[in-house]
Design a protein around this ligand. Structure first.
Ligand code: DGL
Length: 266
């Protein structure tokens, strides 16, 4: 048993969907979450900068004394996998587990939606091509989604969200995708809007869920699960705004403190 916290980080609130998924399986785990809201959106930044930021985020979270770190961000997972993999603390990304899960349903065309930096990296496309050879892949960057979601516009009836969904998902629908990877951890919140457009029969594979499951398996199989359900949230943005929106991502009121931390210089 290891009672140290699990560290999570993301550009903002999206990674809380991974916390929620993890806590469903292991509610007693202690959580330390860093939402780098001041530097959000990550997906509009160049890969070199994202790799430096990934290292900074890892160092910041590791300094809290965690037992492992989940990069709860598709953008970091796809642009800096080697930075994560070489880190001295055990890390998880949201890419590999998601591709493994998707491969179980291979055969029909697969859609991938994620941030611009994530899609441009080609990481999901490459991993999918290797895991399910011959499967048609339709990958679409959705730069408007994260800013919309972080500003609270995730209601399926929201007009701006609906028109962004229609614009981004039309090629996925036209490709006849039977499975859609939500490659950005924010997108779990707009699953309903996506389903309304694509239809109920499309299988949504959430990166946040897959990674949380992989992490839980690792803790359980290594005898490392354990904690007292304590939570600490750190954000480089407004602590009040973080707290106000967090319940939608977590599916419950946030426990514990939300502290503002200074923005790191890239
Ligand atoms: N949740 C992040 C991801 O999974 C969002 C990145 C962003 O801020 O653009 O990619």
């Amino acid at each position: 048993m290891d009672n140290r916290a699990i560290g999570f980080f993301d550009s903002g609130l999206g990674g809380l969907t991974a916390v929620r998924a993890l806590q469903k399986m292991l509610p007693d785990e202690n959580i330390i979450y860093f939402g780098d809201t001041a530097r959000m959106p990550y997906g509009a930044r160049p890969a070199g900068m994202l790799r430096r930021m990934a290292r900074q985020d890892l160092d910041f979270v590791a300094a809290q004394g965690v037992k492992c770190i989940l990069a709860a961000c598709g953008t970091v997972s796809s642009t800096a996998p080697d930075v994560l993999g070489a880190y001295p603390v055990k890390t998880f990304n949201v890419l590999e587990s998601t591709v493994r899960e998707t491969a179980k349903h291979a055969g029909k065309p697969v859609g991938v939606i994620a941030t611009a930096a994530c899609i441009e990296s080609g990481a999901f496309q490459k991993a999918l091509a290797a895991a399910c050879p011959g499967t048609e892949i339709c990958a679409v960057a959705c730069p408007a989604f994260v800013p919309l979601i972080e500003s609270g516009r995730f209601d399926p009836g929201d007009e701006a969200l609906q028109s962004a969904v229609a614009e981004y998902l039309a090629p996925i629908r036209d490709a006849g995708a039977a499975t859609l990877i939500l490659g950005c951890t924010h997108y779990g919140l707009i699953g309903e809007a996506i389903r309304r457009f694509l239809g109920e029969e499309v299988l949504l594979v959430e990166a946040a869920q897959c990674a949380a499951r992989e992490l839980a398996d690792w803790l359980l199989s290594g005898g490392l699960a354990g904690g007292a359900g304590e939570e600490l949230y750190l954000t480089s943005g407004s602590a009040e705004a973080f707290r106000a929106l967090s319940s939608v991502f977590l599916g419950r009121e946030l426990r514990g403190e939300v502290l503002h931390v200074p923005e790191m210089e890239v």
